[in-house]
Design a protein around this ligand. Structure first.
Ligand SMILES: [Zn+2]
Length: 388
């Protein structure tokens, strides 16, 4: 990759023909049309928070450097911003009167500044690296530079590396906070739309796992539609909706793609599912509500998904004392299963540390996790019972 450093470009140059799209929240073009500020793979503008954008202008007014900008050369005298989009959009918006900053305690938009300060900003010379390289070289840049501001996350890097018609279409659907479906999707998907978390989830579902995302993006890079991605995503969401009546906050961020693959061919009675779900949500022994959904989908076979609460130590000790004194009175083992046996353990008195607590009636069959349903067993018997 060839890189060359340019020090002659000023903010006035970059802001010539600056276009900002208010609706999509992104700076589009500058440098008199020769610079694409936000290529499709770039994230949306996230500096417009009244702090980061103001800090950029503050630096310029004080004559502080705002860091190196990286442009990718895409043609004769044509460039895309590789890194610096947030900073460029900040000063571009300021110069085009989109927000004000405090100077000497008074909020001023660009026009409200004294002429010398306006000139100071416009004449600021920028440090710009122009990069001319291949896809993998650019990818390396993204991974190594991650410079000013918020570092790019993995999906943002892949969007850059595999930029093209597929990413453009996919972002239109899954990275667009104006999409009317977002609210519905947010019940099941965790993260931020503008940080590509929804796109990342959709891709991990259709690609059958996060590790396959880059291969999927590479394969489909030149596709002009996202039908497969969209259809698969819709199938998963519709399936969740068709099985579960009650939408709970614990459903957000579950591995729905995996669950769909595993269970979508199993028939469920929606009313039964709703009833079991409510019972489990009301059950004080269920520690993991996140596990409720897979537990139900799997036919209520794996209570370990629910992390059922164990007996309290005080309960175990009380039960141990009671069993042991009764056993000593009758000269039998304090493990009730050993006491029924015929070998030498029949009369053995175990120490507390040699025993474990057991549900007399299993939790999955309605047994409670209190002293009335607790018995202490020797570890051998407890393990044998647990394996049944
Ligand atoms: Zn025993």
């Amino acid at each position: 990759m060839n890189t060359s450093l340019r020090t002659d470009l000023t903010i006035r140059d970059i802001c010539e023909g600056f276009v900002y799209n208010e609706l999509e929240g992104k700076g589009l073009f500058g440098l008199n049309g020769k610079l694409t500020i936000q290529p499709e793979y770039q994230r949306n503008y996230i500096y417009a928070d009244g702090k980061k954008d103001v800090a950029v202008i503050d630096s310029l007014l004080k004559g502080y450097p705002i860091g190196v900008l990286y442009f990718n050369k895409v043609g004769t005298d044509r460039y895309e911003v590789l890194d610096g989009q947030q900073r460029i959009t900040s000063f571009g918006r300021y110069v085009t009167h989109k927000f004000a900053v405090k100077w000497n305690g008074i909020p001023r938009n660009f026009d409200g500044l004294a002429e010398d300060l306006r000139d100071k900003i416009l004449n600021t010379k920028l440090l710009v690296y122009i990069c001319d390289g291949t896809e993998s070289e650019i990818r390396e840049w993204f991974e190594t530079i991650n410079i000013a501001g918020v570092p790019l996350n993995e999906q943002e890097i892949w969007n850059a590396v595999f930029s093209g018609p597929f990413v453009t279409e996919a972002k239109r659907e899954f990275s667009n906070s104006q999409n009317a479906n977002m609210q519905k999707w947010s019940a099941f998907i965790r993260g931020k739309v503008n940080r590509q978390d929804y796109l990342h989830t959709a891709l991990s579902w259709v690609a059958r796992g996060e590790n396959n995302i880059k291969e999927y993006m590479s394969t489909h890079r030149q596709d002009t539609n996202i039908n497969e991605l969209r259809n698969y995503f819709t199938s998963v969401i519709d399936w969740i909706d068709s099985v579960f009546v009650h939408i709970e906050s614990e459903m957000q961020g579950l591995p729905w793609g995996e669950l769909y693959e595993k269970y979508h061919n199993t028939p469920y009675d929606r009313d039964d599912v709703a009833r079991i779900q409510q019972e489990l949500y009301a059950d004080p022994y269920v520690k993991s509500r996140k596990g409720v959904f897979e537990y139900i989908l799997g036919g209520c076979q794996l209570p370990q998904l629910l992390e059922i609460r164990y007996f309290e130590d005080s309960v175990k000790k009380a039960k141990y004392a009671q069993q042991t004194s009764e056993a000593q009175a009758h000269n039998i083992s304090n493990c009730p299963l050993c006491a029924m046996g015929k070998d030498s353990n029949r009369t053995r008195i175990y120490k507390f540390s040699e025993m474990d607590a057991d549900h007399v009636t299993a939790w999955s069959k309605g047994g409670a996790t209190d002293i009335s349903n607790c018995q202490m067993l020797c570890q051998t018997h407890n393990r044998a019972k647990g394996n049944k």
